[in-house]
Design a protein around this ligand. Structure first.
Ligand code: NAP
Length: 337
């Protein structure tokens, strides 16, 4: 690799804790298509290229291999541990009393770290389904969101932060209705909240609510997840990178439409975490944050292509009696039971 980006020139976001993190990171979910080895070698290449933020999760089933490349990069002196912001997430089957610490212990062992930078609650439901199961599969023991159950999990998150095992704690796949109930009960507020964000799914209400609360939004599927598993594809889904206005802007900047999705995300203020195993792609994804910004007019055009098109609908988390995936997302502003 000839070129690299100096991490110092990548814009930063300041968390309410005072910590600064890069304005972009790399995702590590192989979408059931890419092997743990492909993903971990991309992580190694990305560290060398200049990435300093990596979004991991136990359920991606590749933390042990990614841990090997973190260890290698530290050993080779490519990067120091404190220069990386590494996140991971507790999966739905590990929400019970005592389980969060066990889950983090396993993640730390796999990633070969002695602390994580941000630990997220991956989904706000204790509803397990097997990784890779198809979209119709349901767990009969699944339950709707419960403030009490969620706070049992969150209290453990607060504890691991106090123990110094996670520098920050975060939530993921939340809604404004759920946040309004749980934030007043938190002793330690989440520093980051991960949510699906791309030009055709901008979630303005949730985004603005997090910003008002001083919480940094992190945007997953920032390119509209073109390689997502088939179980997450639904008729009527819109491909962000094919939307004519976006394609037009990409032509004007002489870049792939994916890059425009990321420039838009960074300039709006969220931290996108694009995934790619291809060096040319992950390189351009980081580089684009350091040059050739979008104009105000282009940002306005992109603000106008929101189509409220959620891609990761989460239907496998539904409980008996739930009507459809919309029940997970509290569309009428109250928590659906
Ligand atoms: N918290 C959660 O519940 C949650 C849920 C979903 C995802 N995530 C996180 O978010 C990350 C990103 O989401 P994602 O992987 O689903 O979607 P994504 O980043 O929107 O899309 C990834 C795909 O976009 C293509 N791509 C990337 N850079 C490109 C470029 N410069 N030019 C052209 N194509 C490009 C690649 O396809 P090709 O390989 O075909 O080139 C890649 O597989 C995940 O890896 C994971 O870490 C979190």
């Amino acid at each position: 690799m000839k070129e690299r980006i100096d991490p110092a020139i990548v814009p930063k976001r300041k968390l309410y804790t005072g910590e600064e993190i890069p304005c972009i990171g790399m995702g590590t979910f192989g979408s059931d298509r890419f092997t743990a080895e492909q993903v971990s070698s991309a992580v190694y290449g990305a560290i060398r290229y200049g990435y300093r933020l990596f979004d991991c999760a136990a359920v991606y089933q590749n933390e042990d291999q990614i841990g090997n490349v973190f260890e290698k990069a530290f050993r080779e002196g490519i990067v120091a541990r404190e220069e990386l912001h590494i996140t991971s997430k507790v999966w739905n089957d590990m929400h019970g009393q005592g389980d969060v610490l066990l889950s983090l212990a396993k993640t730390l062992k796999d990633l070969k770290l002695d602390y994580i930078d941000t630990f997220f609650v991956h989904w706000p439901f204790p509803n397990y389904h097997a990784p890779g199961c198809d979209g119709d599969s349901r767990n009969p023991n699944s339950r709707p969101f419960s403030v009490e159950e969620f706070m049992t999990t969150w209290k453990q998150m607060e504890q691991i932060q106090k123990m110094g095992l996670s520098r920050n704690i975060g939530m993921s796949n939340m809604t404004v209705a759920k946040l309004k109930k749980v934030l007043p009960l938190c002793e330690v507020k989440p520093a980051l909240i991960e949510m699906e964000l791309h030009p055709c799914f901008q979630q303005p209400e949730l985004y603005d609510y997090c910003v008002e609360q001083g919480i940094q939004p992190v945007g997953f599927c920032p390119i509209g997840s073109p390689t997502r598993p088939d179980r997450d594809k639904t008729e009527g889904d819109i491909a962000d990178i094919q939307v004519p206005e976006l394609v037009e802007i990409a032509k004007a900047h002489d870049v792939h439409p994916a890059v425009i999705c990321l420039k838009w995300a960074v300039q709006r203020g969220q931290v996108p975490i694009p995934f790619s195993i291809h060096e040319n792609e992950y390189a351009s994804n980081l580089k684009c944050t350091t040059e050739d910004p979008l104009s105000e007019e282009e940002m306005k055009t992109l603000a106008g292509i929101d189509k409220n098109c959620r891609l990761i609908k989460g239907q496998v988390f539904l409980w008996p009696g739930a009507k459809s995936w919309e029940d997970l997302w509290d569309l009428d502003g109250t928590i659906t039971k």
